[in-house]
Ligand binder design. Structure first.
Ligand code: IPM
Ligand code: MG
Length: 367
């Protein structure tokens, strides 16, 4: 059997820097665990725009459809802020999500013990936090029509449309219930059924799907209350299922509870391919961080943990994913910190490269 294939799209800003560290980890698995991957690389976002005049070349899109998993770094940067909307770096990312039909975006927010002090919330509120946000990723206001800016009576009007079919709500709900079954069997669905018809439909469909998962305790919450509860008492949640826009916002909020956006991975999953693996893309939740690009300050952990999610969800290597997560936990417990993880205490930060090397060394030590 041929090796599983990975397409690396490092993208812009700190994307290439953090991806360099992920590649060390990928090679480690080939060398030390006899798990070689066929890795290819291509451009996305501003980097693709610079070369091809588009944030995602058709050839890259075709490759992404063929590989077993895509690993993406980050897209965007100030150099591209004034580009036409249709060729902005973000459009490349959104095209990948849409055309690969990656409807279930898994965003875990886990607080590592060594970092509990680092959260902006009190330690006892976040210590041991382990929640999973499932964000619907291919529909809603991100893609709904009509959209655009046009003139009405000489007045500019900006329009976006929140649109969900029941099938779209249902498939994401099933993914969320399946995850809840493997965790603490609690699911909280968030929408704005008090003001949006799409929210009423959302609540109805999630309730219908619940019939197939009677063991899961289902609750519903308005998304604004959900934001408040995430900051007030985040440990009340196990799995949260929400739409594309609320999920974008709530997942940044949940991520920050854990101390740093530099720690949080994500998986975007679609339907199974012919080989049984889901269509999949893995990416850190953080962005391209242009303010620290090229300075060796970026934290590669979110991107490395995204590869751990690939091991778990694409390659059925849960034990190896555990090994990689434990290696990350070990370097943090040893006190190693990139600049984003340093608070008042004045520990000297290590560089992106040093963090990657330390994680590889911890992998070695795990054998
Ligand atoms: C995210 C990002 C993207 C989004 C941007 C870069 C288009 O914020 O993945 O959360 O809004 O979905
Ligand atoms: Mg976001």
């Amino acid at each position: 059997m041929s090796n599983p294939s990975l397409l690396i799209l490092a993208g812009d800003g700190i994307g290439p820097e953090v991806m360099t560290e992920v590649k060390k980890v990928i090679h480690w698995y080939g060398d030390k665990r006899d798990m070689a991957f066929d890795v290819s690389e291509d451009l996305v976002g501003g980097a693709a725009y610079d070369k091809h005049g588009t944030p995602l070349h058709d050839g890259t899109m075709a490759k992404a459809q063929e590989v077993d998993a895509v690993l993406l770094g980050a897209v965007g940067g100030p150099a591209y802020d004034n580009l036409d909307f249709s060729v902005k770096p973000e459009r490349g990312l959104l095209r990948l999500r849409k055309e690969m039909d990656l409807f279930a975006n898994l965003r875990p927010a886990q607080c590592f013990d060594a970092l509990a002090d680092f959260s902006s919330l009190k330690k006892d509120i976040v210590a041991g936090l382990d929640i999973m946000i499932v964000r619907e990723l291919t529909s809603g206001v991100y893609f709904g029509e009509p959209r655009g800016i046009h003139l009405e009576d000489n007045m500019r009007v900006g329009i976006n449309t929140q649109r969900y079919t029941e099938a779209e709500i249902e498939r994401g709900a099933r993914a969320a219930f399946e995850l809840a079954m493997k965790r603490d069997k609690r699911l909280c669905s968030m929408e704005k059924a008090n003001v949006m018809e799409s929210g009423i439909l959302w609540r109805d469909v999630v309730t219908e799907v619940h019939a197939d998962y009677p063991e899961v305790e289902l609750s519903h919450m308005y998304a604004d209350n959900g934001a408040m509860q995430l900051v007030r008492a985040p440990k009340q949640f196990d799995v949260i299922y929400t739409d594309n826009l609320f999920g974008d916002i709530l997942s940044d909020c949940a991520a920050m509870l854990t101390g740093s956006l530099g720690m949080l991975p994500s998986a975007s999953l679609g339907f199974p391919m012919a080989n049984g693996r889901p269509k999949a893309m893995y990416e850190p939740v953080h962005g391209s961080a242009p303010d620290i690009t090229g300075q060796g300050k970026a934290n590669p952990i979110a991107c490395i943990l995204s590869f751990a999610m690939a091991l778990r969800y694409s390659f059925d290597q849960g034990a190896e994913a555990d090994r990689l997560e434990a290696a990350v936990e070990k370097v943090l417990a040893d006190g190693l910190r990139t600049a984003d993880l340093i608070g008042e205490e004045g520990v000297a930060p290590i560089s992106t490269t040093e963090m990657g090397d330390a994680i590889v060394a911890a992998l070695d030590a795990s054998l």
